[in-house]
Design a protein around this ligand. Structure first.
Ligand SMILES: Nc1ncnc2c1ncn2[C@@H]1O[C@H](COP(=O)(O)OP(=O)(O)OP(=O)(O)O)[C@@H](O)[C@H]1O
Ligand SMILES: [Mg+2]
Length: 419
């Protein structure tokens, strides 16, 4: 088969992975790529059928039927076609079916050698797992997920998995409209001027950052350097939001995400909160204990809190070992959800403070991750470990202010830690 491909299309076609996830901007050449991929597999694979699925059946007809004909006809590859059934037969009796994800029942019971899902962001979220994935099992068929993002839905999940390196047989790519040299640059520039930023980034730059959430607004998030920190008296707190540990390093189920552990280090004073750092990462138990131990050594907080639960119980033991080993002891407060939902807890702790400008951020690499979480909140598919750890500062600082804890705690720390 001799078809001219754009460089990005060549790269994807040439990759040997069984599952390919392509996130691409508008007019990038996605559907063209899909058509080529279908014709290629239909000709190459002797068993089963090759299937193209669009979000709806009418989209499948409109996008793909003529596109397939356009490419395959001049090469004399078409043996027959039926637009009513949305079927095409290529030479050698190779069948291509075009389907809509809105009619999942028409896809049951097929043995599919290659599956292309176009505009996958607009599929109903469970159609792939429940209906489409099983059609690939017989023949160990391959799949191409392709589309422009539409916020952080199932497409985002599968893309994250594909590029994480944790999923064998998967590979993922992002391409922007700029990667299609056939699209007039002036047209892209026009879109850039007229569309809201988030829409341009989504549609042309293939960004998963959809319109910000209603909860936190993109305005009013100043960041401050160390020297801008208010000179007023303050006390340092460290709050820790722990990830579950059993999953680290293991390959995970397709739709699960690994949480980060996050340590918020905050100086609290009359002026409000100054967030020195939020240290975060995916660590095992020992690494986590070391991070906490080192943070306490470096910042000498008056109080350290860890979210109550199994993970806390697990981390306490290596943490105690470190305390003994270095002869530096500190007390760990237990942080609780109370009886509030996470959303409520975070909103209560952070929203007003942000609105009134009483939280300021130290400039650092973590800012971008933090703000991203904040603007997506409370999207269930997006991590919120950093904001969760910061929200816990509220509880920790309240313990300190509302009781006579400060003095006591300070002495306790000093006496044991010998700082
Ligand atoms: N390899 C190619 N050779 C020639 N033309 C191509 C190639 N790939 C894409 N094009 C052209 O680029 C334009 C956009 O392609 P296509 O419709 O496949 O993009 P798309 O990403 O699916 O767009 P949309 O976001 O509108 O669905 C079309 O005019 C198509 O013919
Ligand atoms: Mg298209």
């Amino acid at each position: 088969m001799n078809i001219e491909l754009l460089p990005w299309q060549q790269e994807v076609m040439g990759d040997p992975s069984r599952f390919k996830v392509v996130v691409a901007g508008r007019r990038c050449g996605k559907s063209h790529m899909a058509a080529v991929s279908i014709i290629h597999s239909a000709l190459a694979k002797t068993k089963g059928v090759t299937m193209y699925v669009a979000p709806t059946q009418s989209m499948a007809r409109e996008i793909m039927f003529s596109k397939l004909a356009e490419i395959a006809h001049p090469m004399g590859l078409i043996e027959g076609s039926n637009i009513n059934n949305l079927e095409m037969t290529l030479v050698g009796n190779r069948k291509i079916y075009l389907k809509g994800a809105d009619r999942p029942d028409t896809m049951r019971g097929l043995s599919v050698n290659h599956l292309v899902m176009d505009e996958f962001a607009f599929f109903k979220s469970d159609v792939y797992e429940t209906i489409l994935r099983p059609t690939l099992s017989d023949l160990r068929g391959s799949a191409l997920f392709i589309g422009t993002p539409a916020g952080r839905n199932q497409f985002f999940e599968i893309y994250c998995g594909a590029v994480s390196g944790d999923w064998p047989d998967y590979n993922g790519w992002t391409f922007t409209t700029y990667d299609n040299p056939l699209v007039d640059k002036a047209e892209i520039e026009h879109a850039k001027k007229t569309l809201p930023d988030w829409a341009f980034n989504q549609e042309y730059r293939a960004s998963f950052d959809a319109k910000g959430s209603e909860f936190f607004k993109a305005s009013d998030f100043p960041t401050y350097t160390e020297s801008d920190r208010p000179k007023a008296p303050c006390q340092t707190f460290i709050a820790v939001d722990l990830a579950g540990f059993n999953e680290v390093g293991k390959s995970k189920a397709k739709t699960s995400r690994l949480d980060n552990t996050a340590l918020a280090i905050v100086k609290v004073g009359e002026y409000g909160w100054w967030v020195k750092d939020i240290i975060h990462g995916r660590w095992d138990l020992n690494e986590t204990a070391i991070k906490i131990f080192n943070a306490v050594r470096d910042y000498q907080p008056i109080s350290v809190g860890i979210e109550k639960g199994i993970a806390k119980q697990a981390v306490i033991s290596p943490l105690m070992d470190l305390m003994r080993q270095y002869n530096r002891y500190f007390r760990v407060e237990e942080l609780t959800h109370g009886n509030k939902s996470k959303t409520d807890r975070v909103m209560w702790a952070l929203q007003g403070r942000f609105e009134h400008g009483t939280i300021t951020l130290n400039k650092g690499e973590w800012n971008a991750t933090f703000l991203d979480e904040l603007f997506q909140f409370p999207n269930q598919l997006v991590h919120d470990d950093l904001i969760d750890s910061l929200a816990y500062i509220d509880q920790l600082a309240n313990i300190a202010y509302t009781s006579d804890y400060i003095e006591e705690e300070y002495e306790l720390l000093d006496a044991y830690a010998g700082y």
